[in-house]
Design a protein around this ligand. Structure first.
Ligand SMILES: C[S@@+](CC[C@H](N)C(=O)[O-])C[C@H]1O[C@@H](n2cnc3c(N)ncnc32)[C@H](O)[C@@H]1O
Length: 451
C-alpha cells in the first residue's frame, strides 16, 4: 500500500529516531577521538570508518523525516524549487561572497550594503539570495542583513578550484539540464546511447559533443572569437572536485606498495589526482594523457605546484585519444578517474579494449568512479541499517544526482559492481577487486582475464 497506516508510520519514525540517536553518538565520539585526519591543505579529510558510516546514517535519516513528517504536497513543491539553491550558490561563488565575508569580523558580519557595493548586485536581491542559502545552512545571518561564513561556506574561501566546480555546474551543465525532459520524452533521442545525442546538444543547439564544444572558440556578437570560459573553468573544477573526493582514494588503496611504478593517467585532465599522488608517494612516476588543449593547462598547473616533477621527468604529458590503442606498453598502472562514467557501455568497452593490448601480466587498470548501490541493495555492497533504504537513501543523494548528470551530458552512467563486471568481461578483462574507500568514489581494479 502506498500510504502507510499511523501504526506503520509511527514504527518507522521511531526506528529512524533511534538510528539517528545512535549514529549521532557515533559521529560525536569520532569527533572526540579526533579520528579524522586532514591530509592536505584544502580542508578535506579522510574520515575514520566509524565517522564515515555515522555520517551517512545521519544523512539517510533526514530522508525518512522528509518522507514521513513533511506534508507530502509541500515536499514535492519544495523539490521543484531546489534548483534555485544551486543557482543561489552559483551567484554567491561568482560574486566571491565567501572571500568578502572572510575579510569581515565573523561576530558582527558584513552588512548587505557593503556586499552590494562590492558585487554590484542590488542589496535586497543579494540579501534574499544569501538568506535562501542561510536557510540550507550555507552562510550565517548574524544579525538582520549582516552575513558571515559558516562551516560550509568557509571552505570556499580562497579555494578557486572548488569555486570552479560550483561554477562549472552553473554554466553549461545547468543549461544542459533544461533540455533533459524533452530529450527523455523524445521517442528517438530517448533510445540514444552516444555522447552526441543528449540533452547537452539540444540545450546548446549544437551537434558537437561536450568535449568538442568546449574546445570550439566562442563567437562574440562583433564576430570576433575567444576561448570558451567553460574549458579553463572545467579543468580547474576537476582539480577542485577531485580534491574533495580524492583523499580517501589516496589512503585506501596501497599506492606505497607499488614502489617505483609508472602510473599512466588515461584522460588525466590536468592530472589533478596524479599531482596529489606525486606529492604523497615520491617513488611513483606519471604519464598524463589527454587532449592537447587540456594538457597545456596541465603543464601550467604542474609547473606551479610541483615543478621538480617536470624537471626530473617524473611526470610526462602525452596527447592521446583513449579510443586509439594505448601507446605506453606494460605499465604498472593505467588509471582512469571520472572517465568511464562519462561514456556509454559500448564506448567504455572500446576504451578498455584499447588499453587491453598494452597490459602486461602484472599491469592493472584502476578505475576511480562511484560503485553504485540500489535502494534495494546489491550483493557487492553492505546495506544500510533499517529502516534506511539499502543505499542510505538521502545519504546517497549526490551519487544519484551525479548519475543523472552523466546521462544528461554524455549518455554516460555511474555503474553497479555487476555493471563493471559486465564491461570487463566484454573487454577481455576481469574485475580483480573493488577497493573499499571511505568516500563516494571507489577504486575498481581490472586485470587481464587470461594473463
Ligand atoms: C571528467 S574529466 C576527468 C579528468 C581527470 N581524470 C580527473 O579526474 O581530474 C574527463 C577527461 O577526459 C578527457 N577526454 C575526453 N575525451 C577524450 C579522449 N577521446 N581521449 C582522451 N581524453 C579525453 C577530457 O578532456 C577530460 O579531461
Amino acid at each position: 500500500m502506498a500510504t502507510l497506516t499511523v501504526t506503520e508510520k509511527t514504527e518507522k519514525l521511531r526506528a529512524a529516531v533511534k538510528l539517528l540517536n545512535e549514529a549521532t553518538e557515533q559521529v560525536i565520539k569520532a569527533w572526540e577521538d579526533d579520528e579524522s585526519k586532514p591530509i592536505d591543505g584544502s580542508g578535506s579529510a579522510v574520515p575514520s570508518k566509524a565517522l564515515y558510516d555515522g555520517r551517512r546514517t545521519v544523512l539517510g535519516t533526514i530522508g525518512i523525516f522528509l518522507e514521513l513528517v513533511q506534508e507530502p504536497q509541500a515536499r514535492l513543491m519544495e523539490v521543484t524549487h531546489e534548483f534555485y539553491e544551486a543557482r543561489a550558490l552559483q551567484i554567491a561563488a561568482e560574486a566571491r561572497i565567501p572571500d568578502i565575508l572572510a575579510e569581515g569580523d565573523p561576530k558582527t558580519g558584513v552588512p548587505i550594503e557593503e556586499l552590494s557595493k562590492r558585487t554590484g548586485i542590488k542589496d535586497h536581491k543579494l540579501c534574499r539570495v544569501l538568506r535562501a542559502l542561510c536557510s540550507v545552512h550555507i552562510f550565517r545571518e548574524v544579525s538582520n542583513n549582516h552575513f558571515a561564513n559558516n562551516t560550509v561556506s568557509q571552505v570556499l574561501v580562497g579555494n578557486d578550484p572548488l569555486r570552479a566546480f560550483v561554477l562549472a555546474l552553473g554554466y553549461d551543465i545547468y543549461t544542459a539540464s533544461t533540455a533533459f525532459p524533452q530529450v527523455l520524452f523524445d521517442p528517438v533521442k530517448t533510445q540514444a546511447e552516444t555522447d552526441s545525442v543528449t540533452a547537452f546538444q539540444d540545450a546548446h543547439n549544437t551537434t558537437l559533443t561536450r568535449w568538442d564544444w568546449m574546445e570550439q572558440p566562442e563567437v562574440l556578437p562583433d564576430g570576433t572569437t575567444r576561448p570558451r570560459k567553460e574549458l579553463a573553468n572545467f579543468t580547474m573544477a576537476m582539480l577542485g572536485g577531485g580534491r574533495v573526493m580524492g583523499p580517501p582514494l589516496y589512503t585506501d588503496f596501497p599506492w606505497a606498495d607499488l614502489g617505483q611504478s609508472t602510473v599512466v593517467d588515461v584522460g588525466g585532465g590536468i592530472g589533478g589526482m596524479s599531482l596529489d599522488l606525486a606529492k604523497r608517494y615520491p617513488n611513483l612516476s606519471f604519464i598524463i594523457q589527454d587532449r592537447e588543449p587540456v594538457l597545456k593547462q596541465a603543464h601550467a598547473v604542474w609547473s606551479k605546484e610541483l615543478p621538480s616533477a617536470i624537471q626530473t621527468e617524473r611526470v610526462k604529458f602525452m596527447v592521446h585519444n583513449f579510443f586509439n590503442e594505448e601507446p605506453v606498453k606494460n605499465a604498472d598502472v593505467y588509471h582512469m578517474r571520472y572517465i568511464l562514467h562519462d561514456w556509454s557501455d559500448d564506448d567504455c568497452v572500446a576504451i578498455l579494449s584499447a588499453i587491453r593490448p598494452a597490459l602486461g601480466p602484472n599491469s592493472r587498470i584502476l578505475i576511480s568512479d562511484q560503485v553504485m548501490n540500489t535502494t534495494c541493495g546489491t550483493d557487492a555492497i553492505a546495506s544500510a541499517p533499517a529502516p534506511l533504504p539499502a543505499n542510505y537513501g538521502y545519504g546517497h543523494r549526490f551519487q544519484n544526482l551525479r548519475d543523472l548528470n552523466m546521462m544528461c551530458l554524455f549518455n554516460g552512467r555511474e555503474r553497479t559492481a555487476d555493471e563493471f563486471a559486465g564491461l570487463a568481461a566484454r573487454s577481455g578483462l576481469k574485475v580483480a577487486k573493488i577497493w573499499e574507500v571511505r568516500g563516494m568514489v571507489s577504486i575498481t581494479e581490472m586485470r587481464l582475464a587470461d594473463p
